[in-house]
Design a protein. Structure first.
Length: 142
């Protein structure tokens, strides 16, 4: 495993996920999410805790970066976008269906739409992580 590439991909990906996530979920789709709260309305913070969210984005970026690096070579930008998009779709489909099964936070419509939006969110980050990692030389010890 190339630790340098993993760290760079995680940091770059964490930043991209944070920015793109804000644009998709807090700007573009904010009204959709607000209009489709589940019965447990009022469960969400008025303002998300940015520090905690960034830590979560770093963990998510590390998962995506590991997925990209597991192929042996850094994938092209398009392949990186597709790999990351599928990872994002599967992770959030699992999380949303799990939460839907156990809580009343989100209705079924959100459970369906959220992973689809995540496909775009993760895909953009995967494309950028791949583009950046293509410029980072592979470590001699990797």
């Amino acid at each position: 495993m190339d630790t340098k590439r993993l760290i760079i991909g995680t940091i770059v990906g964490g930043i991209v996920l944070h920015i793109v996530g804000y644009l998709i979920f807090d700007v573009a789709a904010a009204d959709f999410y607000a209009a489709n709260e589940g019965p447990a309305s009022g469960a969400f913070r008025d303002v998300p805790m940015q520090g905690s969210m960034f830590v979560a984005n770093l963990a998510y970026a590390a998962l995506i970066t590991l997925g990209l690096l597991s192929r042996g070579t850094v994938p092209s930008i398009g392949a990186g976008a597709l790999i990351a998009a599928v990872i994002g779709l599967l992770v959030w489909l699992q999380a949303d269906v799990f939460l839907y099964s156990y809580t009343t936070i989100r209705p079924l419509l959100i459970v369906i739409v959220d992973p689809l939006l995540e496909f775009v969110h993760a895909g953009v980050s995967g494309a950028i992580i791949s583009a950046v990692l293509a410029r980072v030389p592979k470590s001699a010890m990797a």
